[in-house]
Design a protein. Structure first.
Length: 167
């Protein structure tokens, strides 16, 4: 007992908890499971304190290293896996281009149901992720949305430059 108390006095009070379901979802990718657990925690904090942010929060490389011990390669590996599974969205924003994250809870809940051998209720997934990693409502067909993006992109490319002088 004395050794345990001595050990605890030298440890940081924060303990990273990885949910079993997240470990099953991420398999051998420990970085992704750790990031997902921490990101769910931060999403919850943001939902309670700043609901206008809709679950978006930012983390710098320094934050990820201090909180999770992840190097750049580690968090990129975890982030890429979570994005490929449709569990995470990210974008750069702010003054210094900080990385902002948002967890796709509908997709996460669907995967947790699948791990437990249950079928997710249909009304859970009200959103879907498009090819540019943005959340759109489920009632919009993805193929039509992607066609719209292609047309908009083509039209935008053909717009004349604002600062271009006409001879």
């Amino acid at each position: 007992m004395l050794l345990l108390q001595t050990l605890k006095s030298h440890l940081n009070e924060e303990c990273a908890i990885v949910y079993r379901e997240f470990s099953a979802i991420c398999g051998t990718n420990v970085q992704a499971a750790t990031m997902l657990s921490k990101f769910v925690y931060w999403s919850d904090v943001v939902h309670r304190t700043e609901p206008q942010k809709c679950g978006w929060f930012y983390k710098t490389a320094q934050h990820l290293y201090e909180e999770l011990g992840l190097t750049r390669r580690g968090y990129e590996k975890g982030r890429n896996f979570l994005i490929s599974q449709g569990l995470l969205q990210y974008k750069r924003g702010g003054v210094h281009g900080k990385m902002h994250f948002c967890v796709n809870f509908g997709r996460l809940l669907e995967m947790v149901y699948a791990i437990k051998g249950m079928v997710a209720p249909k009304n859970i997934l009200q959103t879907q992720i498009d090819r540019d990693n943005y959340t759109i409502p489920k009632f919009i067909p993805l193929d039509k949305w992607n066609d719209y993006l292609d047309v908009y992109k083509d039209k935008k490319a053909n717009f004349p430059a604002i600062n271009k002088k006409v001879p």
